[in-house]
Design a protein around this ligand. Structure first.
Ligand SMILES: NC(=O)C1=CN([C@@H]2O[C@H](COP(=O)(O)OP(=O)(O)OC[C@H]3O[C@@H](n4cnc5c(N)ncnc54)[C@H](O)[C@@H]3O)[C@@H](O)[C@H]2O)C=CC1
Ligand code: BAL
Length: 498
């Protein structure tokens, strides 16, 4: 149980007691072998909850239930009924915003503002795809050869989708992995990260309350290496939807290729954020801070490489350091906290390793570079906002994803130079540009090799805007029309009525 003096919603308190069961075929059940793992509260490093650890046998129960639900009725359920159930789920999510926010804050350390914002996005997201359930169409086709042929396409669901999620913003990513496939008529077996399964399990309760038929959504819990691999190799799963690291994404692709499963992979990043001298610095500087410190830097699209045009470099640097040093670290449940802890002790070790590498490469640590001294923060996985300079793209801490509050700042002299350096990464997830010049804007939009380009903004995401990882950042898109089409197959039909 969380050792916090801050007020925890009684529903959350109650939910955290006992050992959390899996949601299979519309029922809450323990793991067949009875194994249990613990989720740790990153703010206190105490046990937060106990959760059953599933394996291949439990997965098989889930997949069979999902297959029965798919073939039995869900694929033919009227789209407006699928929409009704998803809208009901969205309403229940909205009624339970505080519970979901607190569960995520306790489980992964997101502040109330951040975890709460993501929980609200989850509500909008489920409503958004409820809308798409009734709006998926095929096309009527004119044949190049003419004739009395009626040809058309129709979109059909894929079948059973095995969905695997990461630990950062767990409730939102769970909804990303549930709403679109369900709206399109698929059924789902979802495995949340073993580090943050709680909000997904709570969403399972809401799915049950909304009245979805048994087996439409199944939740299995357990470790990636075992249960995750079982999902990617299960012969009766048609598609894998994955959010996580690039290394695991590669492994999933390899496994899924054995049975040619369809895949959507949303992977890592090392995104460039670029401030031109003509930018409105009153927006660009706080934007650059948000890009690296939101969610303690644990965001796939974090703007972790900041390029600053040389003539404004010192001004921007000074201000960035001032804001970083004023940042309030604290218990995520404290409304005053601007930044919570990192997810785990392991993640602290990772961040420390990269800061040490940066120092070896000759970096200057402008601020941070260590854990905070404050006695209140010693129990948790806190790390100070860190800004470093003096490196370039050849340094490991500049080209590898750190997933922590570590910003590397670098000056540049020309648009050509910054384009080349911004693109000098194996990743291609996101990028930010700050400028008031329309020509610069268009040049940058055309030149940046990343799935998302944000201009005079950072993290401008919306359900209508697809998220696509270029290069090693992924395969396929999530959100938008592309996000639901990814859970359908196109059947073409040609009827000779001559
Ligand atoms: N592009 C995007 O939209 C997003 C990408 N991410 C990326 O996720 C990563 C952080 O999340 P983590 O949970 O640490 O990623 P991770 O790759 O370690 O784990 C993600 C999920 O995969 C499972 N898993 C681990 N090994 C597996 C295997 N061999 N087979 C099948 N499943 C396995 C884990 O249990 C977990 O559920 C970062 O690299 C981040 O950039 C995170 C959020 C959004
Ligand atoms: N709940 C996040 C940390 C962990 O359980 O490993």
């Amino acid at each position: 149980m969380a050792n916090t003096t801050l007020e925890i919603n009684p529903i959350v308190q109650a939910f955290l007691s006992g050992t959390k069961e899996m949601f299979l075929n519309g029922k809450w059940v323990p793991a067949i072998k009875g194994k249990v793992y613990e989720s740790i509260n990153p703010t206190t490093n105490e046990i937060l909850a106990k959760i059953y650890e599933g394996d291949e046998e439990d997965l098989d129960v889930a997949v069979k239930a999902a297959r029965r639900a798919f073939e039995g009725s869900w694929k033919n359920t009227a789209p407006r009924e699928r929409a009704r159930l998803l809208n009901k789920l969205a309403d229940l999510l909205e009624e339970n915003l505080e519970v979901i926010t607190q569960l995520d804050a306790l489980d992964y350390g997101g502040t109330l503002a951040v975890a709460g914002g993501f929980a609200e996005n989850a509500v909008h997201h489920v409503r958004y795809y409820a809308g798409w359930a009734t709006k998926l169409y095929g096309n009527t086709l004119e044949l190049t050869s003419g004739g009395n042929i009626h040809a058309f396409t129709k979109r059909e669901p894929l079948g059973v989708c095995g969905q695997i999620t990461s630990w950062n913003f767990p409730a939102l990513v769970a909804c990303w992995k549930i709403a679109a496939p369900i709206a399109a008529g698929n059924t789902v077996v979802i495995k949340p990260s073993q580090q943050t399964s709680l909000s997904t399990l709570y969403i399972g309760k809401l799915i049950e309350e909304a009245g979805f038929p048994p087996g439409v959504v199944n939740i299995v819990t357990g470790a990636g290496g075992k249960l995750g691999e079982a999902i990617t190799s299960h012969p009766d799963i048609d598609k894998i939807g994955f959010t996580g690291s690039t290394s695991v994404g590669r492994r999933i692709m390899e496994k899924a290729s054995k049975s040619l499963k369809k895949i959507t992979l949303e992977l890592g990043g090392k995104s460039p954020n670029i401030i031109f001298a003509d930018a409105d610095l009153n927006k660009a500087i706080p934007g650059a801070i948000k890009a690296i410190l939101m969610n303690t830097g644990q965001v796939c699209a974090a703007g972790s490489r900041l390029y600053i045009e040389r003539s404004v470099y010192d001004t921007v640097k000074e201000k960035l350091v001032e804001i970083a040093e004023s940042f309030v670290l604290g218990d995520p449940l404290d409304p005053n906290a601007q930044m919570g802890p990192l997810i785990s002790k392991n993640q602290i070790t990772t961040v420390e390793k990269y800061v040490e590498l940066a120092k070896k490469d000759g970096a200057t640590i402008l601020t941070g570079g260590k854990r905070p001294d404050s006695p209140d923060l010693q129990q948790g996985n806190f790390y100070l906002p860190t800004i470093i300079e003096g490196l370039d793209e050849k340094c490991q801490s500049v080209y590898e994803e750190i997933f922590g509050p570590v910003l590397c700042i670098m000056p540049f002299d020309s648009i050509e130079e910054v384009v080349e350096r911004a693109n000098a990464t194996e990743y291609g997830l996101a990028s930010g540009v700050w400028t008031t010049n329309i020509e610069t804007t268009h040049k940058m939009v055309d030149s940046l090799n990343a799935g998302s380009v944000w201009v005079n903004e950072y993290y401008l995401t919306d359900d209508n805007i697809p998220l696509t990882g270029f290069k090693q950042s992924g395969i396929g898109s999530e959100l938008g029309l592309a996000g639901i089409e990814a859970y359908t197959k196109v059947k073409s039909v040609a009827i000779n009525h001559g």
